[in-house]
Design a protein around this ligand. Structure first.
Ligand SMILES: [Zn+2]
Ligand SMILES: [Zn+2]
Length: 132
């Protein structure tokens, strides 16, 4: 079964014929803005296994750093995927449908989390980036 995802308004849909990898949540101030949330929830995909099924023409992009960008639905504003060198690099877990058979493995930049966020006990968390 392929993994599928879609935006809030349902105009844009994608499928992944493969597994998500390296699911993580970043609590830095940039990710909070980019995801309009307490943190990002993101997993890496193999770009060859990723296909837009519908609504690709509605995607709009924002390049936050050289080579790295995010793609959104221009109708509803959902952030659907991250790009690296203009190829899909990963997906936002919030837009994935159902159970993608992966859990967030670690939380990063917890040292700069929002004052109002409470990190659950027992999760793997790093003050800054993941250790090498
Ligand atoms: Zn939408
Ligand atoms: Zn971040």
């Amino acid at each position: 079964m392929a993994i599928t995802g879609e935006c809030f308004c349902g105009s844009i849909k994608y499928q992944i014929k493969g597994n998500l990898k390296d699911a993580r949540s970043c609590h830095c101030s940039r990710c909070r803005k980019a995801f309009s949330a307490q943190a990002s929830a993101y997993a890496v995909v193999n770009p060859d296994e990723f296909t837009w099924l519908q609504g690709k023409e509605l995607l709009t992009s924002y390049q936050s750093m050289e080579d790295f960008g995010l793609q959104f639905c221009s109708k509803c504003g959902s952030t659907l995927c991250g790009t690296y060198k203009n190829k899909v690099h990963g997906v936002t877990l919030g837009c994935v449908n159902g159970d993608p058979n992966i859990e967030i493995g670690y939380h990063i930049f917890v040292g700069s989390k929002a004052t109002w966020e409470i990190i659950p006990e027992g999760v793997v968390a790093y003050d800054e980036g993941p250790p090498e």
